[in-house]
Design a binder for this molecule. Structure first.
Ligand SMILES: [Zn+2]
Length: 532
């Protein structure tokens, strides 16, 4: 028996959950063709209508077949899902996350990005395939329970991606039912190598270790990516491969060009962290003589298949470039605040015509996978930039970015991100009796400003019920907590030396990168570094 189904049966989930899940599994097993499910009695959300509209949603197989007047379906063979007192919204889509962060929430506090990168070897080191599965499973559960139905996962393995690691992540997503782009996050330079002068600035006794650390060679990582791309066999509408050269300064140009060639050959999406903190933006001008966006464009990476994550310190020229090439931005306001990276100029992206999606980033840098919170922060941070209210990001815009905008970033805009005929039935049923909606004044404003994920009742992905009563179906919570606790204990012991080393050089790392960010010579030379 399918292990997912076995788990559902074992945990004795609600009868409605079991019925709907069985229906989908029967379909998958080819027993009876595309069954009809009617989500009956709900209020379908629309940004244009503050109270939504009473509508029944007819789902055939994994797709929305029709949206009809309440009670108008009389098909006796159809199954019905009661949505009374429920607001039906499209599943939120996380445009930027890291599944390996699933075991790392709360590990740090006063960390800027450079301190997080310095800590990465102990946060994510020594992991076995089952740890990678567990981290992705924890992330996926959090996604669906907080109303997300798809994510763009920049998944990292040290020192190089492996088929086994990718399959571990994919099987976690299959278990929970989450749709995803899984993009191995790759580099051929370490953090210490990526900042010229940094190793020399470290205390003498720290230099040997910092300079001896190595990623796999470019050739080895490219060979691994090529092999993974060739063997990829998951359904393209469920799990897609992507390729993520992590940060331009962490990659040689030859390596980035190699990544691009594989991505184009296999027609897969690319995403990179671009101009996230100021020190990286400044160092790009200093060491490459051009911005990070221009560096990536020089490698042929910027195109409609490419999204720039964060993009806090991009300038007007970069925005023209991204817009002109059809690239997108994945905006991560929570992570940008948590790491002190800055506030992205989202209104300007929109004005330039750049599609914008919203992400949470990984749980090592923003600690949760709550897209309601990410939407709220996207709306909020747009309001502290000194612009007049009409330039702020409205709740409707934030909601659109977290659904249709993020769908564009995943390259899945033709079938997810909207409640519409022909789109996949990725739907979230919000409990209107939650205090978040009492009274219901304006559904969009309350979804963005008041919702914290606690009103998520049911979630369907491709017509399959994956959350019922706010809980992911088929998950043994006690076993999950036990396994996560054991993994963290084992990994902490294995990574203790790496942790000691990283902590011993934190002040030097921070000072060096801050100096780079504020280097006046760079700013005099390149006046087009934005001064936000
Ligand atoms: Zn990230």
């Amino acid at each position: 028996m399918d292990p997912i189904r076995r788990n559902i049966l074992a945990t004795g989930a609600a009868a409605t959950a079991m019925a709907a899940a069985s229906r989908v599994f029967a379909q998958q097993a080819g027993q009876g063709g595309a069954a009809t499910l009617v989500i009956r009695g709900g209020i379908v959300h629309s940004v244009d209508n503050p109270r939504g509209e009473a509508r029944d949603i007819v789902v055939k197989g994994d797709t929305i077949a029709d949206i009809v007047a309440p009670g108008s379906v009389t098909n006796v063979d159809a199954e019905f899902l009661d949505a009374a007192r429920r607001l039906v919204v499209p599943g939120l889509i996380n445009a930027h996350t890291h599944s390996h962060g699933g075991l790392s929430k709360g590990v740090g506090d006063l960390w800027s990005l450079e301190l997080l990168l310095n800590a990465a070897p102990w946060i994510g080191g020594s992991r076995r395939a089952e740890d990678k599965y567990l981290a992705a499973l924890i992330n996926a559960i959090e996604h669906v329970e907080k109303g997300s139905t798809a994510c763009y996962d920049l998944f990292f393995e040290f020192p190089t991606p492996t088929l086994e690691g990718i399959e571990a992540v994919a099987s976690a997503y299959e278990k929970v039912g989450l749709r995803a782009v899984i993009a191995p996050m790759v580099a051929d330079l370490t953090f210490y190598q990526s900042v010229p002068g940094l190793i020399e600035a470290l205390p003498e006794d720290a230099r040997p270790h910092a300079s001896e650390l190595r990623m796999s060679s470019a050739d080895a990582s490219l060979a691994a990516l090529r092999m993974i791309a060739k063997r990829w066999s998951y359904p393209a509408d469920r799990l897609r491969l992507g390729i993520a050269p992590t940060i331009p300064q962490h990659c040689t140009r030859e390596f980035m060009i190699g990544c691009r060639d594989i991505a184009r050959e296999h027609n897969v999406a690319m995403q990179s962290h671009v101009s996230e903190p100021r020190y990286l933006s400044a160092s790009s001008f200093r060491f490459a003589g051009m911005s990070m966006t221009e560096t990536m464009d020089a490698c042929g990476i910027v195109g409609p298949w490419f999204s720039a994550a964060h993009a806090v310190w991009i300038n007007d020229k970069d925005m023209v470039l991204l817009a002109g090439k059809g690239a997108q931005v994945a905006h991560n306001p929570g992570s940008n605040l948590r790491l002190g990276s800055g506030v992205a100029a989202v209104r300007e992206y929109v004005r330039h015509g750049i599609p914008v999606g919203i992400g949470t980033d990984g749980s090592a840098s923003s600690d949760n996978q709550n897209m309601f919170e990410a939407m709220r922060l996207a709306a909020f941070v747009s309001r502290i930039r000194g612009q007049p209210p009409q330039e702020w990001i409205s709740t409707g815009e934030a909601f659109g970015m977290a659904t249709e905008g993020s769908a564009r970033v995943l390259g899945m805009q033709d079938f997810i991100g909207r409640i519409a005929k022909g789109y996949k039935a990725d739907l979230v049923l919000i409990d209107l009796d939650s205090v978040n909606y009492v009274p219901l004044n304006n559904a969009t404003n309350q979804l963005v400003f008041a919702e914290d994920g606690t009103a998520v009742d049911k979630v369907l992905i491709g017509g399959r019920l994956v959350v019922s009563g706010g809980r992911a179906i088929g998950i043994d919570r006690a076993a999950l907590a036990r396994q996560a606790g054991e993994a963290v204990e084992r990994l902490s012991a294995l990574n203790a030396d790496a942790r000691r080393f990283a902590e011993s050089i934190e002040p030097m790392i921070s000072n060096f990168c801050r100096g780079l960010a504020d280097d006046e010579a760079i700013h005099r030379l390149h006046r087009d570094i934005p001064a936000r």
